[in-house]
Design a protein around this ligand. Sequence first.
Ligand code: SF4
Ligand code: SF4
Ligand code: FES
Length: 366
Amino acid sequence: MISDLDAQTTEKALMLTLDGEKVSFEAGETIYEVAERHRREIPTLCYDERLEAFGACRLCIVEVEGIRNPVASCTTQATEGMVIQTKTEAIEKHRKTLLELVASENRDVDVNQLSGYASQELKILVDRYDARSGRFSGKKSGTSNTKDKNPFILRDYDNCISCYRCVRVCAEREGDYAINVMNRGFDTQIITEFNNDLRDSECTFCGQCVQTCPTGALGDKKALRDSDTEGEIEKTRTICPYCGVGCSVDMLSKGDKIVGIQPAMDGPANEGALCIKGQFAFDFIQNADRLKKPMIRREDGELHECDWDEALNFAAAGFAKVRDKFGRHSVYGIASGRAPHEAAYTMQKYIRATYGTNYIDNCSRA
Ligand code: SF4
Ligand code: SF4
Ligand code: FES
């Protein structure tokens, strides 16, 4: 008799044929996932690996033996014995025509890199397929909402290709449902409820829609302010300085100036997500009013710069005075969410041992 375990271990690997090569796959994988794992370059526009596959752009089509028309690889599950071709002459011609249609319909293909993380996807594919032919003309879709006064997100739908990545990321990853789709065909329009400004919607300005948009139709207004600033854009991988989650980000700079933030799609803590602070509130770093040295308010009532020893002694004396006058529970320690574990540990040790109270907390709990 074969036990369940034996049955599992003796189960045959699932196999299919990919461009003539026999490859294995796991139940539930799509053709696209199998092909990507085996280093096939299948172009996509409506695909974002973090989202449910949608099947809108048809760029990822492949030929499957026994099926008359090409199928979208991102929405078609791999099955045992499938024979798949990912790059035939006919498929590549089809992809080029699709891109020519899109390129002729969008006002700009060459959008600024500062628009967002995925903003160059369409441009890269159009160039790869030499699809700026201008063969197609006629009605254009998309009505830009550049009058939306929100300070963070440019909504330039003349460059929208109706991939719905923005709508899906807002719903699936953020759970906000702040934007949706109105009408169909050439009249398709990405809108908020009642088609108002984003500030009047459920939007939390997390920026996820901006960063997944493959055409720059949604753009990072703050980063785009520095479009004309001299210098090449440099990306530096770092950690968001705000809360204790530790989201990975790519800091964009030109020369000495920080011009924007993009989420790291491979960040282990955030997988491309950020909140409004991590995404847009980076200006404080280079604000001229930022304190760079400790200060003490002296007897003249004014703040004066001092060194760290003096500042720490002054603060310690102040705490001791409060404790002596009002008792040990009058002191309360809160560790900053920006502080590492070691600093948080030191804080609680200091408060407990020095003042004899357990009144401690961490601002990340807020
Ligand atoms: S910024 Fe975030 S919450 Fe607002 S529409 Fe975009 S994805 Fe949704
Ligand atoms: S705005 Fe961008 S992400 Fe949203 S549907 Fe249009 S092209 Fe896609
Ligand atoms: S990427 Fe598969 S249909 Fe768009």
